[in-house]
Write a protein that binds this ligand. Structure first.
Ligand code: INI
Length: 206
């Protein structure tokens, strides 16, 4: 296969916390684990340049309370991204499955509804040992990964937001220059339908 000559715009969020505001929702259930996940997330954000004033931590009783709280925070438009921290450990009954499924579903729904990235940092483990391994031992610290994810997604959303402000629908303006100009693609200057209707109404009145 020939190596392609296409050089598409490469849009990525930088791993720099500059200018970001990040919310963290921490579940208190199994806080022996979630405290370590929180520490990992804060460590990652500190290493990417965040100051304490840029981060707010909200505590909730258990994983099931993460979605509604993260959604409420997202709706304030105060945060570029929000980390949801929890730890669900399998017990003897099917309760585990309910908590895991509904928490994941709720967080996913909330981020789609609000458009604010909600970083899912909820460990779902069969044993405490598995959770410990993922909260700073053998398997790293998933909180640290979540902290990096929150910074990267926060910056990415800002970038996409800036592009959207100057871009026409369909063919947009990429960072550092216009894709339309570079590729000789006609710029789409179409106004949204509502705007066009307004213009037509005003024209008829004249
Ligand atoms: N919440 C957790 O965060 N982890 C668990 O392991 C867990 N278990 O096993 O029950 C858990 N349950 C509580 C749940 O999240 C709610 O807080 C509770 O049901 C009240 O709504």
């Amino acid at each position: 296969m020939d190596s392609p000559k296409l050089k598409p715009a490469n849009i990525k969020g930088e791993l720099s916390a500059a200018g970001l505001r990040v919310g963290v929702v921490q579940s208190q259930f199994n806080n022996f684990i979630t405290d370590r996940l929180l520490a990992g997330a804060l460590d990652a954000m500190e290493r990417t340049g965040a100051a304490a004033e840029q981060i707010e931590v909200v505590r909730v009783p258990g994983a099931l309370e993460l979605p509604v709280t993260a959604k409420k925070l997202a709706q304030t438009a105060r945060y570029d991204s929000i980390i949801c921290i929890g730890c669900v450990l399998r017990g003897e009954t099917s309760h585990y499955d309910v908590v895991v499924t509904e928490t994941a579903r709720g967080v996913q729904l909330a981020q789609l509804e609000t458009g604010v990235p909600l970083i899912f940092c909820v460990l779902t483990c069969d044993t405490l040992e598995q959770a410990i391994d993922r909260a700073g031992l053998k398997a790293g610290n998933k909180g640290y990964e979540a902290g990096l994810g929150a910074v990267e997604m926060g910056q990415l959303m800002r970038k996409i937001g800036k592009i959207a402000k100057v871009a026409a629908p369909m063919v947009g303006t990429a960072i550092g220059g216009s894709i339309a100009e570079k590729r000789d693609v006609p710029r789409n200057d179409a106004k949204p339908v509502e705007v066009r209707r307004g213009v037509e109404r005003r024209a008829r009145r004249r």
